[in-house]
Design a binder for this molecule. Sequence first.
Ligand SMILES: [Fe+2]
Ligand SMILES: [Fe+2]
Length: 219
Amino acid sequence: MDAVTFVEQLGAANQDILDRLAPAETLVAESGGDLRLENLLKIALKNELEATELAARWLISTDDVDIKLALARQAGDEAKHYRLIDEHLRELGVDLRGFDPLVQGYGPLFNYLDTLTDPAERIAAGQFTREAIAVVKNQQFIEWCEANGHQATADLYRHTIQPDEAYHHRLGRDILLRLATTPEAQERASQAATRTLELAEELQHLALTKMGVHHAPGC
Ligand SMILES: [Fe+2]
Ligand SMILES: [Fe+2]
């Protein structure tokens, strides 16, 4: 199929799975976990740092100028998000001295994405799909913040971070339209997107059952 049809279908298939990432409201009460804003924002710091580093690693391991520039833009944005969230936590009175977001190492999604070498796979997984996941998770997080009186945090996400993540997804879409022109490239892109969504689902389930955490923002 042509690239436009493929990217449309991939987006629709992703959306079906993303709808499942929306947690049932009842689970909030049942989880009994630690949903404190501070912990959710510390998870966000790790996500932003991983997104920064992945974009930077891929930037230097591609020869395609458009892809380099898209990844450079993304790396800068994700680093900016890290700083903004860090400053916001300090304004909330959280002491971040000695805090290392990578103290437990990189997460399974980062480790999977880091294995990808093919441009169509990388862009389908890392930008087109991961950033779509971020948009869904951030929207849930914004709603959770607003329902729990964390308006300044909701504003930071709604007005600054969320528009950037949506832009990263669109960057991925534009590049994928150029890359996903053969059945082979489309197959690789589909499989990488599917694996990314599976990992996101597994991670969300794991966070909920092991730590009682959900509504954690994406990146
Ligand atoms: Fe992003
Ligand atoms: Fe981000």
